[in-house]
Design a protein around this ligand. Structure first.
Ligand code: SF4
Length: 101
């Protein structure tokens, strides 16, 4: 799989830390116990900005910087897709989205 159009936006289940320069409407975000502003997630773990009908980002043009830096088809992307397939689309660990060193 090498295109977002054929993926259920599994990267959009990762924790996305909102950066000060991001302009994300407040109703899409929440704060962690430690005070970080992050994209809020729904009951199944997907970012609330996901358009569930199309499984695409509904704020793509203004998405957070962290999302813009995610490397499509990179090793992390492929690992997430494999986990998603192997675990039957539910229950993948929700981990902090980190930039490559
Ligand atoms: S803002 Fe958009 S690209 Fe980023 S996690 Fe949410 S739905 Fe995905």
């Amino acid at each position: 799989m090498s295109a977002c159009s054929r993926c259920d936006a599994v990267c959009c289940r990762l924790t996305v830390v909102v950066q000060p320069e991001d302009r994300i409407p407040a109703h899409y975000t929440t704060r962690t116990a430690s005070g970080l502003e992050v994209m809020a997630r729904d009951g199944e773990g997907w970012c609330v900005a996901v358009d569930n009908a199309r499984m695409q980002c509904s704020i793509y043009g203004t998405r957070p910087q962290v999302c813009r830096r995610f490397a499509m088809s990179g090793p992390y992307c492929r690992d997430l897709q494999a986990d998603y397939r192997d675990r039957n689309a539910r229950g993948i660990p929700l981990v902090l989205y980190q930039e490559a060193p």
